[in-house]
Ligand binder design. Sequence first.
Ligand SMILES: [Fe+2]
Ligand SMILES: [Fe+2]
Length: 167
Amino acid sequence: MTKTDKNLKSAFSGESQANRRYLAFAKKAESEGFTQAAKLFRAAAGAETIHALNHLRIIGETKSTLENLETAVLGETFEFKEMYPEYINLAKQEGNKQAVWSLEVANKVEKVHANLFLRAIDVLKRQKEMAKIDYYICGVCGNTVEGAPPEKCPICSAPKASFFRAG
Ligand SMILES: [Fe+2]
Ligand SMILES: [Fe+2]
């Protein structure tokens, strides 16, 4: 990997984080009545996404869909098998209940994602088309559900109305 590839990778991380940070700032601005500041944050967030995607494309990290699904499984599996369990233990030791909640729901959802991706790999490997279904995301914990939202989120107990359809 060249130094420039490394730089692009690091810039990809930074831009990706800036995107999410600005969306969080936009939400906050909205709640404080600063509608225009919220708009500005969302505009910049959109631009940071363009930068992040450009960097990633130029490094060559977006491959075939089958390879991308495999990359996704590896990432999710690392998160729910290694990263989150370790973080959860530490957060418990430190008595940080909010962190434990946030890390635990993410941990559970990454497992859901790994399974969804694995099933998609299976379908693609058999040269079949994936079933045309909708995905719903829990607005509280990120749980990702196929078909229709459940009455109650099985991960965080949020009501059906907390779910929104993925675009
Ligand atoms: Fe995930
Ligand atoms: Fe949830």
